[in-house]
Design a protein around this ligand. Structure first.
Ligand SMILES: [Zn+2]
Length: 79
């Protein structure tokens, strides 16, 4: 009983740490070349360095629709 609860707690902690780490991960910015892209909102990522905004997944930056969304955002930014 005691052993089981300890193992359960460890699993939750581990999973929480993993999510936390993924959220804090800095991604490579294609515009300025620095690893400074951070998740800003759900599906919105922003480079701390050059302020470029990327659209991506909620927890990671790479999604199949990512490149299309990126083009759209770039179009709004320049136009
Ligand atoms: Zn950048």
């Amino acid at each position: 009983m005691a052993n089981a609860s300890i193992r359960y707690g460890a699993t939750i902690r581990k999973r929480y740490q993993k999510i936390k780490m993924e959220k804090r991960t800095l991604y490579h910015c294609e515009v300025c070349g620095r690893d400074a892209v951070r998740r800003k909102n759900t599906s919105i990522w922003e480079c701390k360095h050059c302020k470029t905004v990327y659209a991506g997944g909620a927890y990671t930056m790479t999604t199949p629709a990512g490149s299309a969304a990126k083009r759209l955002i770039e179009g709004i930014k320049t136009g």
